[in-house]
Design a binder for this molecule. Structure first.
Ligand SMILES: Nc1nc2c(c(=O)[nH]1)N[C@H]1C(S)=C(S)[C@@H](COP(=O)(O)O)O[C@H]1N2
Ligand SMILES: [Mo]
Length: 537
């Protein structure tokens, strides 16, 4: 009988110890959330550790994550961190049951990890960023110490020697204070929940100014409006991507675990660096008061695989970037300028490097404030982002921009360049079959094959379709809007029953044919032809 009781008792205590570990972890995060409201929301441990993890993720893994989780990649990462922490918390609880001090001290180790991640973030504001993690872990450590104290009884609350069973303590048969444990654990859970909730609420309030500042924006009429999109640019084929991607459906790719919420009223943009004769600084209002250009520009991501979804089209409104650079006294390298690279920095510390030559060669590079008639959505870079037609996003399209530094490619490598991506990355000529879908089962007869092709800043000249190993046949092209936009195409296919492979390829207006050679996205964008396999019924 006694043996059974001891075993069961030991099991219960172990379970409760593991639970204490979880509670201590929860309390740490909750207190950290509360403290982060006083420091910076971004300094909370999960955000800081997640950000640090993203920065240390090899390019290949990042691409894999984007491919497999798409825009949920950040959610998956956060869940991963929380699950990992929970497992550690359980283990630390069990450790503390045997070695009370060591176990409690282990909680502090997590605090130090979180704090150093927060302090070393590129947008960190200093040592204060370490406070949420540190204070959180101190509370967690003390809580674990107290809870384990209830489990190990009043007689054995010190020392690091292993804690034996308590069958030798008849007056305290179980050897622990069941009631005390339940009270302490319940109180701790309640207090942590409250602290976490208050922290959350305060943190979300700090972003309300940003939301209000965005709602207060009225975009001015552009001094140079976009040419209306020709009616013939949008084909009436079911299943083709719309020419203009609505806000909200636009793809999103960035490293921001928490979308930066910037208050337009306190936002500033600095222009400085090599070859700058006058440093410039602009407020959001300054930009709105300048003559604005409105342009149709198709943006795409270097991580887009052949046939992939990371491309979208919008009408953007903003300030011509070359004008600002000229005002600062910057000259392009071809006219003797000292700087050949622009480093754009965002409020969250991201850096993107763009050739000065491209920005000043007459193309519509801009600092955009509006997207499809609205102020930029937060996810797409409110209040201001950069755009350079013809270049992949990671070398041109800085969101939440706050600093423009003129430098050279020799002197500085931007964020993704440090992570094996190419310094320069013009968009490759590509085409995609939108319909029929892969493994679709269209009926025999005329099937409309349709999709999009793009070669930003060069334009699309020709699109061809091949059925199985047959000859290449020209597709019908929708009207080209501008050379900076994608172009739709369609091909009425006389489909015969059986399995077929449809392949598309495009030729840009420089006469260059989209290469058949398949490459990965790293280092400068995927190439190859897009094929779709269907079964005709
Ligand atoms: N601040 C910041 N800007 C950024 C990024 C980022 O991670 N941080 N990602 C870039 C990349 S890789 C791309 S493809 C585009 C995507 O812009 P979108 O999310 O508005 O589609 O933003 C670019 N600008
Ligand atoms: Mo990208």
């Amino acid at each position: 009988m006694t043996t059974v009781r001891i075993t069961r008792n030991a099991l219960t205590r172990s379970t409760l110890a593991a639970l204490s570990g979880l509670l201590a972890g929860f309390a740490s995060l909750a207190v950290a959330e509360l403290v982060s409201a006083a420091v910076r929301p971004e300094a909370s441990p999960v955000t800081a550790v997640g950000g640090a993890a993203i920065d240390r993720t090899p390019a290949g893994v990042k691409d894999w994550a984007i491919r497999n989780f798409g825009e949920d990649d950040k959610l998956v990462l956060q869940l991963g961190i929380v699950v990992t922490l929970a497992l550690f918390a359980l283990a630390v609880g069990l450790l503390a049951l045997r070695y009370r001090r060591t176990g409690s001290a282990a909680v502090l180790v997590f605090g130090v990890v979180g704090a150093s991640a927060a302090i070393s973030r590129p947008d960190s504001t200093g040592l204060a960023d370490g406070l949420p993690s540190l204070l959180g872990s101190v509370v967690g450590a003390v809580l674990l110490y107290v809870l384990i104290g209830r489990l190990t009884g009043p007689h054995r609350d010190t020392g690091d020697e292993p804690d034996g069973e308590r069958a030798d303590e008849p007056e305290h048969e179980a050897g622990w204070d069941r009631r005390g444990f339940v009270i302490a654990a319940t109180a701790a859970a309640a207090a942590s929940t409250a602290a976490g909730a208050v922290g959350r609420a305060l943190n979300s309030r700090s972003s309300q100014n940003a939301v209000a500042s965005r709602e207060a924006v009225t975009l001015p009429k552009p001094a140079s409006p976009a040419r209306p999109i020709p009616a013939g640019a949008q084909l009436r084929v079911r299943g083709i991507s719309p020419f203009t991607t609505p806000n909200g459906s636009f793809y999103r790719v960035d490293t921001a675990l928490v979308v930066p919420k910037v208050d337009a009223n306190s936002w500033r943009l600095r222009v400085h660096g090599k070859g700058v004769r006058r440093d410039l600084e602009f407020t959001y209002q300054d930009l709105l008061e300048r003559p604005l250009i409105e342009r149709e520009i198709t943006l795409c991501c270097v991580s887009n695989e052949v046939g992939g979804p990371y491309i979208g089209h919008a009408r953007w409104i903003g300030v011509r970037l070359a004008d600002l650079l000229k005002e600062a006294g910057v000259k392009p390298p071809s006219r003797g300028g000292e700087a050949d690279q622009i480093i754009a920095r965002s409020v969250d510390g991201m850096t993107l490097g763009t050739p000065v030559e491209d920005v000043m060669d007459g193309r519509d590079a801009m600092l955009a404030v509006g997207m499809n008639g609205e102020p930029l959505p937060f996810v797409n870079g409110f209040p201001v982002r950069m755009l350079v037609p013809g270049l992949y996003g990671y070398v041109s399209a800085c969101k939440w921009i706050e600093d423009i530094e003129l430098t050279t490619f020799d002197d500085y490598d931007a964020y993704w360049v440090k992570r094996t991506w190419a310094r320069k990355a013009p968009i490759k000529t590509q085409s995609r079959i939108d319909t029929p879908k892969p493994f679709g089962r269209p009926e025999a007869g005329t099937v409309m094959v349709a999709g999009v092709a793009w070669a930003q800043h060069r334009g699309i000249e020709k699109v061809e379709i091949r059925v199985d190993d047959g000859p290449w046949r020209p597709a019908q092209l929708a009207e080209q809007d501008t050379v900076d936009t994608w172009r739709q195409w369609s091909y009425p296919w006389k489909a015969t029953p059986g399995g077929h492979t449809l392949t598309v390829r495009a030729t840009d207006r420089t006469g260059e044919l989209q290469t058949e050679k398949r490459t990965k996205t790293v280092p400068d964008g995927a190439s190859g032809w897009h094929s779709v396999v269907v079964t005709v019924d």
